[in-house]
Write a protein that binds this ligand. Structure first.
Ligand code: DQA
Length: 164
């Protein structure tokens, strides 16, 4: 099982940018914590950060056939990007939307997430712990999908045996 973590614009500045909102932790430290969780749970993990909308769309498309789940903090593009929303809808891989801050407690323009309707769920407002919760959520979703797939395979094998 593989999960791809996609980080949007300005998240490379964590630890420096608006510490009163995002806290002191660097992106690298958050990723190290996620890596430990992934290792403990036998999940392969890849990290990607970009400040460019098109690169995020490209990365989502690349996940097709490569990843079983995605964790996405689209940052400011959350509130503006129809292209990222369409890419999520196109790949049909479960995507967990993440935010460090509680977007509903902030400026009104942040209250609307264009990507939420096509994501499996949204975690917002728990600081770096939001990513840990997202790891738990995506691992659970991927396990359920795997179990469903294996049950279908077993059923098909059973049917094939019976029809002989
Ligand atoms: C953010 C919230 C967005 O509104 C903002 O543009 C970000 C970070 C968060 O993680 O809290 O860059 O996605």
């Amino acid at each position: 099982m593989k999960v791809v973590v996609i980080q949007g614009p300005n998240l490379n500045m964590l630890g420096h940018r608006e510490q009163n909102i995002y806290g002191p932790m660097k992106l690298e430290d958050i990723h190290n914590q996620m890596k430990s969780f992934a290792e403990q749970n036998g999940v392969e993990i890849e990290f990607f950060q970009s400040n460019l909308e098109g690169e995020i769309v490209d990365k989502l498309q690349e996940c097709l056939g490569e990843a079983n789940g995605v964790i996405l903090n689209a940052a400011a593009y959350t509130h503006t990007s129809i292209a990222i929303r369409d890419a999520i809808a196109a790949i049909q891989i479960p995507v967990v939307e993440v935010h460090l801050s509680n977007i509903y407690q902030r400026e009104e323009f942040r209250h609307k997430s264009l990507i939420a309707p096509v994501c499996a769920g949204q975690i917002t407002g728990f600081g770096p712990f939001s990513y840990h919760m997202a790891m738990i959520a995506i691992t659970q979703i991927m396990s359920e999908m795997k179990a469903r797939y294996e049950a279908e395979q077993a059923q098909q094998a059973q049917q094939a045996l019976q029809s002989k």
